[in-house]
Design a protein around this ligand. Sequence first.
Ligand code: PLP
Length: 379
Amino acid sequence: MIYLDHAATTPVPQAVADTMYEVLRNQYANPSAQYKAGDDMRKQVAQWRETVAAALDCPPERLFFTSCGTEGDVWAIRSACWRNRRLGRHIVTTAVEHNAVLETLQWMRQDGYDVTYIQPRADGSIDADKVLSAVRPDTALVSVMLVNNELGNRYPAEDIAQRLRDKNPDTLFHTDAVQGFLKVPFSARTSGADFVAVSAHKIGGPKGIGALYIAERVANPRPLLPGGGQESGFRSGTEATAQIAGFAKAVELRAAVLADTLAHIADIRAYAVEKLSAIPDMTIISPNRDAAPHILSIALSGWPSQNIVNDLSAQDICVSAGSACHKGKLSHVVKALNLPPRTQKSVIRLSFGPETSRADIDICADALRRHHDERFPML
Ligand code: PLP
């Protein structure tokens, strides 16, 4: 299989699977248990938390494990709005956030919140000035992602967070860093963000585990899950120890060779741009600068994206039509770019990981060229 969908999810390295297996089989005590095996697990969880917190550059006591990136986004938004409930009922975000954010904001609208959506520029980038000028005295929350999951653009989250403190110090700032974590330089501590959501399965960790950083100044966030008091009382539920162990192992593996891995992925992306640009009717949608290295959106203008995905899938090549989360529907991100209609309906996303080789790109480029030469355009 040629797997070019690392922005959707990533393969788990053997060492991560081994670590998880060991925890499942041999270190299965509940970290809340009062005997030695429980104590040991508590210490282990603390250590794993330190590993993930170090990669995000935040104090471990401000990092809370969640079940996924979606949960982090939902928790951040609900928690920020609750904390600022007396400040106002206005939220600023972008029109190109992941649905985990957009759908949560839909809930907030049903609860009476007014949401301002900042449109991207034609290249998918976000203007920090536009975001800040939409902020009002009653803005409870600003939520802007770190890296766009369909296009790869890196958004000016830190700039917005820091200038927001000057403009409206009480307004809280959340960034969905699910696609940016260990892909672009980022420090939760110095970013000025109040909430940062990440997810393990985008970096070689298992599915079903993520984390949310909550800044010191938020102090006691509204508990997401009341109950047994785990995660400092803010997110109850017995710790998913094997998942947490796998998350920490994946972070450890990535962090140890991060510069080399990112250089490799950037090289693959540059090679893909060069190879694909030679195919007639091909448009490269993702920007060349201010972007994460692992995502490349392209369009074979005139050839519907779902047909391309199906044709490539029949040859055991995995790519996605826009975001994997949209299941064939024209995505809100692609719509926001104002591309010509033929191009809009032809967008596909390739995304790369440490395992991707130039040979994978050659095979994919050949398949795309054949698709172009042998199928009639339908748009
Ligand atoms: N945010 C972004 C930007 C994403 O790309 C994704 C997943 O694709 C999510 C949130 C959701 O993460 P998870 O699958 O861990 O819930």
